[in-house]
Design a protein around this ligand. Structure first.
Ligand code: NDP
Length: 434
């Protein structure tokens, strides 16, 4: 806290992990002797650079660019790039820290990193976004590469932005390698990568429901966000007969009591991905409720799948969710629940999956994209989807192994933290003091 007084999100993420691994850490005096905890918490390297770009009117702008290379004990640095006005070193450090444990859970050889910029793509033209992406890569390209650090998408960075960044990287580095994941299909992107985080979250949810013999069919689902993760979460929920009833963006949320069906979801995908519109327009199109400036947690539902951003469920929201009958929360976003909200979920013994377990499907398929790029092969979607299901099942198993409490309650938060930590810790110990 004294070293990083202005980094609340980073401290929040670290505290959550350190508290839940304390018990196993104390069982290993060799960890303490090697001061493993500080070496694991403090990122290996943080790159900071200025990004200069020109808008369509010829005005010159600056933004900050960052890449936090957190830990590469088990593989090359790997993690997304976020473009959002709120991006700060604290947010990227929390995300990179979380990413290290998440990537360890996937069983694939990937270290943890995160990067981004305080650039907001909102309201920018396609040409402006392209110039920004190119300028961002000018600052980044020397520290990334197929065997050193492989970035991907995150908030504000989807297929379009990854494509522009990959193109510029290819030109500067003079090589065609799988240095970014989430690429277009035509130039090395993996099938199922766009779907992977949302689908993976629902696969994880299914595993959790199985432990209590609950059928997902007919369950009302509160989903937040309306971007990549939220869209494919809805797609899989609909396919399985569940009923998503909410979506949101940073301006507000919609509540559709009839459920978001395939056709309505198609509208959302076009609205968000092609026209870059607002979720309010859903309510205008289908005549349902729109609540500006609010999040959907006050609505009635069975399952919550937060898929927008960090700290979007606070204590009050958590209390409301439980009161309204929600019995499962599966996090598509990273750290969407505050520590107080998590305490409420666990005290009430509901099924609660932290992001580092439930949303690991995205980076898992990114790992599979890296494998396909190295092989110079492209796997069929069924094969990728099968592997994704297997990985999510395996993460669930590990959470059960390390997180089952004496009364039988599965504490997924503890399970995921311990499983991820033990793998990285052992790898660091095996490689000496660095
Ligand atoms: P997108 O940019 O595609 O969508 C983000 C959605 O969340 C948008 O609807 C956006 O609204 C909303 N949102 C963003 N910031 C805020 C905010 N501060 N307050 C309220 N709403 C907000 O991003 P993704 O879907 O890719 O990411 C969503 C979450 O999932 C993030 O936490 C990300 O870290 C996590 N995640 C993503 C993975 C991936 O593969 N993409 C993998 C693992 C985790 P608006 O349009 O108004 O900005």
């Amino acid at each position: 806290k004294m070293r990083f007084p202005n980094e609340p999100e980073y401290l929040q993420a670290v505290k959550e992990v350190v508290e839940s691994i304390e018990e196993v850490y104390n069982e290993h005096p060799e960890f303490e002797k090697a001061n493993l905890i500080e070496r694991l918490i403090i990122p290996d390297k943080i790159h900071t650079f200025r990004v200069t770009w020109t808008d369509d009117q010829g005005r010159v702008h600056t933004n900050m660019g960052y890449r936090v290379q957190h830990n590469n004990a088990i593989g090359p640095y790997k993690g997304g790039i976020r473009f959002h006005a709120s991006v700060s070193p604290s947010i990227l450090k929390f995300l990179a820290f979380e990413q290290t444990f998440k990537n360890a859970l996937t069983t694939l050889p990937m270290g943890g990193a995160k990067g981004g910029s305080d650039f907001s793509p909102r309201g920018k033209s396609d040409a402006e976004v392209m110039r920004f992406c190119q300028a961002f890569v000018e600052g980044l390209w020397r520290v990334i590469g197929p065997d050193t650090d492989v970035p991907a998408g995150d908030i504000g960075v989807g297929g379009r932005e990854v494509g522009y960044m990959f193109g510029k990287y290819k030109k500067l580095a003079g090589e065609f390698t799988g240095t970014f994941t989430g690429k277009g299909r035509e130039f090395g992107g993996s099938l199922i990568r766009p779907e992977a985080t949302g689908y993976g979250n629902v696969y994880f949810l299914l595993e959790m429901l199985k432990t209590r013999n609950i059928d997902i069919k007919g369950k009302k689902c509160l989903v937040s966000g309306s971007g990549n993760v939220a869209q494919y979460t809805c797609e899989k929920l609909i396919e399985l007969g569940a009923i998503p009833v909410t979506l949101s963006d940073s301006d507000g949320y919609i509540y559709d009591p009839d459920g978001i069906d395939e056709e309505k979801l198609k509208f959302v995908m076009e609205l968000k991905n092609l026209y870059r519109g607002r979720i309010r327009e859903y309510a205008e199109e289908f005549g349902c409720k729109y609540v500006p400036g609010a999040r959907p947690w006050g609505e009635k539902g069975d399952i919550a799948l937060p898929s927008a951003t960090q700290n979007e469920i606070d204590q009050q929201d958590a209390e409301m969710l439980i009161k309204n009958g929600v019995f499962a929360v599966s996090e598509g976003a990273n750290m969407p629940s505050t520590p107080e909200a998590i305490d409420i979920f666990i005290e009430n013994k509901i099924l609660y999956a932290p992001g580092k377990a439930a949303n690991a499907g995205g980076v898992s398929v990114s790992g599979l994209e890296m494998t396909q790029n190295s092989e110079r092969l492209s796997w069929p979607s069924e094969q990728v989807d099968e592997k994704l299901k297997w990985i999510m099942g395996n993460i669930h198993e590990n959470c059960v192994k390390y997180g089952t409490e004496s009364d039988g309650y599965i504490n997924y938060q503890k399970g995921a933290n311990i499983a991820g930590f033990m793998k990285v810790a052992k790898a660091m110990m095996g490689q000496g003091i660095l």
